[in-house]
Design a protein around this ligand. Sequence first.
Ligand code: NAD
Ligand code: ZN
Length: 272
Amino acid sequence: MERDDADLETGIERVALRLARARRMLAVTGAGVSAESGMPTYRGLGGLYQDRETEAGMPIEEVLSGPTLARDPILCWRYLAEIGRAVSGCRPNDAHRALAGFEDLLEVVVLTQNVDGFHRQAGSTRVIDLHGDCHRLLCLACPGRREVADYRDLAEVPPRCPACGGVERPDVVLFEEPLPLEKTWELRSELRQGFDVYLSIGTSSLFSYITRPFHDARQEGRFTVEVNPGPTSLSEVVDVRLVGKAGSVLPRLLERVRDLRNPPGENPSAGD
Ligand code: NAD
Ligand code: ZN
């Protein structure tokens, strides 16, 4: 066994032992958890974020912003639709499914920065999607809202409200827009209750509202873990780093925690 594999094995065992006794877990996820679904991560978004400049000569952060949506919805929607179509062509992966599977064993709250909706699709029931979900469309002119399963089925771009014909927007947080208040309250209330294990998965951990819970947890002596093939700003903060891809690490972790919680031969429903 290579040293890295041995480190990963040891790390998974340490985290599994904790999770086997834990009552509540917080899983904070970013673009990396959807990478194995084929969703490009932030910097790799098909050159979109990578090149930084759009065809309109504006940085992508400016095009995908609240002010641009208000001023020039056609331009903003050109890039929104690109993201939406990328999501529509992808499905949840083993990492999303493993996180949903943990709910059979303990209380799990998923805090995600992703807008792809894959955690709920995979079966997670307590998801705080801080940046929204691109499958929900809101009318800019009336209170109308609807779900769109697949962006490739949109009759026109920008899409229009079936009720009043107004331009719609996806229910996501664009650049220069604030986080939705009710979701930050929900998060604060969950954090106040505390967790036994804090997992950071596939996020470069750039925002303070993403890193803060880990710094606080560390100070309070709670157990913190990072799952990421590369280093991030949290790598030196967490108790255990699981250096690997979420789609292989999380299923292994789930299997081990299941074994520890239900040791073979102790199945209460077996026999009579
Ligand atoms: P990021 O692109 O900045 O960082 C991705 C992280 O994932 C990196 O640290 C990388 O090492 C890691 N990673 C790559 N492959 C991985 C894998 N297989 N398993 C585990 N980790 C892996 O992403 P971010 O921190 O989420 O910030 C990006 C912003 O862009 C967020 O605000 C998010 O809303 C948005 N975004 C969303 C999606 C989506 O909805 N799927 C995709 C791209 C960007
Ligand atoms: Zn409307």
